[in-house]
Write a protein that binds this ligand. Structure first.
Ligand SMILES: O=P(O)(O)OC[C@@H](O)[C@@H](O)c1c[nH]c2ccccc12
Length: 266
């Protein structure tokens, strides 16, 4: 099963990293200049949700999505097209990502950068901050409640925003207790990889006001974007659809215009 496999893999990475990271790294991470504001960048503009555009070269369900990606050029075109933030997959084994991409992309764009990986331990948070992350993802399905809360707090102490991801109603209480800066509703079931936009439609109304909410995964067309937009989410995270576009910039423009190319209906 994917989540078991990934946890096993990440535990190995964590143990290697624990050997390498020193107190100096930790001190350095605490002294870096402030992060770019991820949560604050996510609000609806002209009736459309903010777009978080993802650099995702491959995935466990689809295999290679795009051969020979230039992650930096892709991220820059996302920004030029109007993305509010960039999400960078840093997992190598399943997503063909790289931690270096995060650092390179952070240097190349001016919008906030989210590190997309499977975080189980605080060493990964220190590593994220040192490599340029403005925000990190924490997945409720992978973490004990107390661990989730502790990691969320630690990430914030390091100056990063925390995106907490849920897929079902039973995960909402734990997510809220961990004080998310942004709450993500993943339309993809991480056990079966099936996506269903109904997940966002069902869970969004249950989330208290005041927390920015994003819908994640499964947007494969402008129609899908419009459907999620109607739910009222503040942002939408899109990966595969944009990675498959001939021009990532045009892909982004198409979505943020919402299909109308115009502003508020009234
Ligand atoms: O490529 P998509 O279907 O647009 O999905 C993007 C993003 O939501 C997805 O990559 C994602 C959401 N949550 C995750 C957790 C880990 C890895 C990846 C993800």
């Amino acid at each position: 099963m994917f989540l078991d496999q990934i946890v096993k893999q990440k535990r190995q990475e964590v143990s290697l990293l624990t050997k390498k990271l020193t107190v100096r790294h930790q001190e350095k991470a605490l002294q870096l200049p402030p992060c770019r504001p991820f949560a604050e960048s996510l609000f609806r503009r002209q009736g459309q949700p903010a777009l978080i555009a993802e650099v995702k070269p491959a995935s466990p369900s689809k295999g290679v999505i795009r051969e020979s990606v230039n992650p930096v050029t892709t991220a820059s075109s996302y920004e030029t097209g109007g993305a509010s933030a960039v999400s960078v997959l840093t997992d190598e084994l399943f997503f063909n990502g790289k931690l270096d991409y995060l650092t390179q992309i952070k240097d190349a764009v001016t919008v906030p950068v989210l590190r997309k990986d499977f975080i189980l331990d605080s060493v990964q948070l220190i590593q994220s901050r040192l490599c340029g992350a403005d925000a990190v993802l924490l997945i409720v399905a992978m973490l004990e409640k107390e661990k989730l809360r502790a990691l969320s707090e630690e990430a914030r102490e390091l100056g990063m925003d925390v995106l907490i991801e849920i897929h079902q109603e039973s995960e909402l209480a734990a997510a809220l207790e961990a004080n998310p800066d942004v709450l993500g509703i993943n339309n993809r079931n991480l056990f079966t990889f099936e996506t269903d936009l109904k997940v966002t439609e069902t869970l969004f109304p249950l989330i208290p006001h005041g927390i920015p909410v994003i819908g994640e995964s499964g947007v494969g067309s402008l129609k899908d974007w419009q459907r999620l937009s109607r739910v009222g989410v503040d942002g939408i995270l899109v990966g595969e659809f944009l990675m498959r576009q001939g021009s990532p910039e045009a892909g982004v423009k198409q979505l943020v215009a919402g299909g109308t190319g115009c502003t508020e209906p009234f």
